[in-house]
Design a protein around this ligand. Structure first.
Ligand code: XMP
Length: 516
């Protein structure tokens, strides 16, 4: 069912910035979806798009195996915006030609606007130079019939162009990146000026339409949801609860591997404030038993994952007939990738995603159209506490994969106390929300120290803090020395059994964010 009145379709030709185009359009409160370039025209048309964006991509349009879209797309009267590769594709498919440029353009470039209509309406023309961001090795050799140049750069007389009568425009630069200072104006001119969209897609309207859709789908059936304390499962539970109230039961499995205080606050909110039905299972003993003597990271992950499914199933069975599982799948997990990124699993991530196959339940995935920042916005609109909404990501296997070596109650105590100091100091300094993740890791070694007049031989804690946009890549955070000093001093003084603190200065890749 298409519940969106207005939609822009982005055809993905494999650019690294395709998702960014989607986010920039959605920031303007217009809904858009990313589809693979090879999507059938009927599928595209069934969505009744108000406009189509052809993304950039790494190929050359003249390659024999270049990704193309059907010519029929250009026979409709739907507005089209070609970006970089998408611009060159438009040229080639409309009868012009593209060639390898002897001078490539990467990075900042200066744009001079010739035609202040269409994409460039309201922008300064004449001698004025606009900063844009380019990334291309090919260039337009010959413009197809009916097209006119709308902007030039030092390196190209076809930096932007449009059709004389049809609603087709193209830019060689990337309007979606921040370095293109007029990027937002260009996208706004396309979606509002050319496509005629209205800025109606808000989280308020999202809630209204999704609540309605969930109600229609579920009817009087029962739904369960695995609540982890993280943002995605919390927001999922909140919107499903808004739709069907007591027909939803959430199950929270306390595996004893949570950070101090993290899950408690959101559970309290759900139980007391929003009166959600939550089954709160304390399974600490069970998980400690499962992890006894285990040091291999993959075995740990498997045991924690399987243990979770076992307990969840036991609890669900007590509820009698259940028809649906609500799950916090996000849009980036749904978008079909068209590039060849060779995603070989580096670690077996345990997510509640393992549940549906086992439980054979139909899924309700209210967040599957949303990016992470939109999920946060939705959570705030649903009235969840800010503290829960801006929580850093936390892995399913929890502290189990932040303790190198065997997980025991005593080693959990050491790590938890150290970790809470990291949390407190990061929050106090205002850095908690600026970094992607910040946490403590307990190492499997002991080192010599001196405390007072005594020699000590105790544990080492590593601090890990990283900056990242999506966890695919990450750089270690340049935390101020003063903060590191406070954290180190407090851990060594306050946590019994630790006499050394080190800071992890490795990036991902080649390291990963978690240590196991
Ligand atoms: P890595 O260590 O692979 O982590 O660089 C990338 C991101 O994923 C989180 N992570 C997990 N999340 N289940 C999860 O739900 C897992 O098993 C898991 N392992 C890692 C990690 O915290 C980081 O944000």
């Amino acid at each position: 069912m298409n519940i969106h009145d207005e939609i822009i379709v982005i055809l993905d030709f494999g650019s690294q910035t395709t998702q960014l185009i989607a986010r920039r359009i959605r920031e303007q409160k217009v809904y858009c979806e990313i589809l693979p370039f090879s999507t059938d025209l009927e599928v595209i048309l069934a969505k009744k798009p108000k406009g189509i964006v052809l993304s950039g991509g790494p190929a050359s349009v003249y390659d024999s195996d270049a990704p193309l879209c059907g010519n029929a797309l250009f026979e409709m009267d739907i507005p089209i915006l070609g970006i970089c590769y998408g611009a060159q594709l438009m040229v080639q498919q409309m009868g012009g030609s593209v060639e390898n440029a002897d001078k490539r353009e990467f990075g900042k470039a200066e744009l001079t606007i010739q035609l202040t209509d269409g994409l460039f309406a309201g922008l300064e023309t004449g001698e004025y130079k606009h900063q844009v961001w380019m990334s291309h090795g090919d260039r337009v050799k010959e413009m197809p019939e009916g097209f006119v140049t709308s902007a030039t750069s030092d390196n190209s007389i076809y930096a932007a162009f449009r059709h004389d009568t049809k609603p087709f425009s193209a830019v060689q630069f990337h309007p979606e990146v921040a370095h293109t200072l007029i990027g937002t104006d260009v996208l706004r001119n396309f979606i509002f000026g050319i496509c005629g969209c209205s800025p109606n897609w808000t989280m308020h309207s999202f809630i209204e339409s999704n609540v309605e859709m969930i109600r229609n789908k579920v009817g009087s059936a029962k739904v369960i949801c695995a609540l982890s304390g993280g943002v995605d499962s919390s927001v999922t539970a909140a919107i499903v609860h808004r739709a069907i109230g007591d027909q939803l039961t959430c199950i929270y499995v306390n595996n004893g591997l949570m950070r101090t205080g993290e899950s408690e606050s959101i559970l309290r909110f759900f139980k007391e404030k929003s009166k959600l039905k939550v089954i709160d299972v304390n399974a600490e003993e069970f998980f400690l038993g499962e992890l006894e003597g285990i040091v291999d990271p993959e075995v740990k992950r498997r045991r924690i994952g399987l243990g979770f499914i076992k307990i969840f199933e036991e609890q669900a069975a007590k509820l009698g007939e259940v028809d649906y599982l609500a799950q916090g799948t996000l849009y980036p997990d749904v978008i079909e990738s068209v590039s060849f990124r060779g995603d070989v699993p580096i670690k077996s991530h345990h997510n509640v995603g393992g549940l549906p196959e086992v439980m054979k339940l139909d899924l309700i995935e209210p967040l599957r159209e949303l990016f992470k920042d939109e999920v946060r916005e939705l959570g705030l609109e649903l009235g969840l506490p800010e503290e829960a909404i801006y929580r850093q990501p936390f892995p399913g296997p929890g502290l189990g994969i932040r303790i190198m070596g065997e997980v025991t109650a005593e080693r959990l105590r050491v790590l938890r106390q150290a970790d809470v100091i990291v949390l407190e100091e990061m929050k106090k300094s205002g850095l908690y929300r600026q970094v992607w993740q910040s946490f403590a890791v307990l190492l499997p070694i002991q080192t010599v120290g001196v405390m007072g007049d005594y020699r000590t031989y105790e544990n080492v804690i590593a601090i890990r803090a990283v900056d990242s946009k999506d966890a695919m890549t990450a750089d270690w955070s340049r935390l101020p020395y003063d903060i590191l000093q406070i954290i180190s001093g407090r851990i060594i003084n306050e946590v019994r059994g630790v006499n050394r603190v080190v800071y992890d200065i490795s990036s991902k890749p080649p390291s990963t964010i978690e240590w196991e």
